[in-house]
Design a protein around this ligand. Structure first.
Ligand code: ASP
Ligand code: MG
Length: 443
């Protein structure tokens, strides 16, 4: 058995829901994880934003538009009067739940994060209800596995794998005659049993967790592109899908900007050694990208870029021959719950990069206790990923040489065997990506 995850655009219209249903059916008795239809989660976030502000008409307007959209989807997707009525009733429960918060969005009872999570859960509840209704109309014995009755996290947000395995196994056994299983990505319950989620884009993570706990044959992530490309096709011409990647390489790429796979998805698959395959709904026969524990050695696989990076330099004479300096620097970031991406050190200074500048002013203020601080905004991390183990001589030189006269603010190499990171100005990003492709992947 496999788990097949289809993202928001893959189920973005009635046509595409039908297409996904066919794709899934051709592949046998598997578990299908669905995202919300594209745009829906964003609309639900927008509704919540209005409710936080107590702007009920604002929320009402978005909800009305959403409701009209889904009325049309039901009309086009389902053919029988009975199935349509049933689907509208199921979806109507979502709208009722959301409207239930409208009355409370005033000063006396402020809208809460807990309520927002309940609202955000509706997108996946609806898309899966529609898929099951459609499959049943096609005469398929489709079983719904409600994510809210098995997907659960601990207080720290980590999935409770033992609990998930136990509940999911029971659910599967209850549907021994099912031809296909459908479940919601993204949504879960927290340790207190409240509706929660695995963060935006978390459906990939849901699929990976399910594949891992059930020790499935493969985790398939279906999107709109034929696998992980060796550079960003939005900026570079002639990019090619990478046939095979090591889990570590995929993790670096996912984290450093390859939008196709959510970074959290890699870990459960890697720990349980379940291969992850990235496939394209628009071209199902294309080989895609296989991510597993073995990948070709001694090659550079891909390049990615991460935008919105800020570099912070802390220079101090006191760092020379002293211990504890880095500890104080890192502790400052920890206190402000800001994670660091890249680090470069010298004997008299250290530069770190962050992508979250919410607490920047406070962080800089505190760092001034330890040294002279300067900040560079609008930077980009370029990340070259492959089997870059240090005995494989020459790769780092080629990566740096490829940039030519583009100024490099900092370089990080040797942290893992799989990446070289270089920090450049945002304005140099596109040219840098092109030069890297031209030099590292010559045609
Ligand atoms: N629907 C959720 C989101 O838009 C989860 C997902 O699509 O992976 O973030
Ligand atoms: Mg996604």
């Amino acid at each position: 058995m496999k788990v097949l995850k289809f993202g928001g655009t893959s189920v973005g219209s009635p046509q595409r829901i039908k297409h996904v249903a066919s794709l899934a059916l051709e592949r046998g008795r598997n578990i299908v994880v669905l995202s919300a239809m594209s745009g829906t989660t964003n609309s639900l976030v927008e509704i919540s934003d209005y409710l936080y502000k107590g702007n009920i008409p604002g929320a009402q307007e978005i909800l009305n538009a959403l409701e009209a959209k889904y009325d049309a989807v039901v009309e086009e997707l389902l053919t029988t009067v009975g199935a349509r009525a049933e689907a509208l009733k199921a979806i109507g429960r979502s709208w009722d739940l959301i409207r239930g918060f409208f009355a409370r969005g005033d000063r006396r009872a402020p809208f809460t994060a807990k309520q927002e999570k309940e609202i955000l859960a509706q997108g996946e509840l609806i898309s899966t209800a529609l898929m099951v209704a459609h499959l049943r109309e096609r005469g398929v014995r489709a079983a719904m596995l409600p994510a809210l009755s098995f997907m659960r996290t601990f207080d720290n947000g980590e999935p409770d794998m033992a609990y998930i395995r136990e509940k999911l196994s029971v659910l599967l056994a209850q549907h021994a005659d099912a031809e296909l299983f459908i479940t919601q990505g993204f949504i879960c319950r927290d340790s207190a049993g409240q509706v929660a989620n695995l963060q935006r884009g978390g459906s990939d993570y849901s699929a990976s967790i399910i594949g891992a706990v059930l020790d499935l044959e493969e985790i398939q992530i279906w999107t709109d592109i034929d696998g992980m490309h060796n550079n960003d096709p939005r900026f570079v011409e002639g990019t090619r899908p990478v046939g095979r990647l090591h889990f570590e390489e995929a993790a670096e790429l996912a984290y450093f900007g390859a939008k196709i796979l959510h970074p959290t998805c890699v870990l459960p698959a890697k720990l349980h050694n379940i291969p992850v395959r990235l496939l394209n709904t628009l071209d199902p026969q294309a080989p895609g990208t296989l991510i597993c524990n073995t990948a070709p050695d001694g090659t550079i696989k891909a390049i990615a870029a991460k935008d919105g990076i800020t570099a912070i330099k802390i220079k101090s004479g006191r760092m020379l021959l002293a211990y504890g300096f880095l500890h104080k620097v890192f502790e400052t970031f920890e206190n402000h719950r800001t994670s660091i991406d890249m680090i470069a050190t010298s004997e008299v200074g250290v530069t770190v990069t962050v992508d979250n500048v919410e607490r920047l002013a406070a962080i800089v203020d505190e760092l001034k206790n330890f040294g002279t601080v300067s900040v560079d905004h609008d930077m980009v991390i370029l990340c070259v990923v492959g089997d870059l183990e240090w005995h494989n001589a020459g790769f780092e030189a080629r990566a740096v040489a490829a940039l030519g006269d583009i100024p490099i603010r900092m370089i990080s190499y040797g942290g893992s065997n799989y990446n070289i990171s270089m920090l450049v100005r945002k304005d140099d990003k596109v040219e840098a990506l092109r030069r890297l492709s031209a030099n590292l992947f010559p045609v």
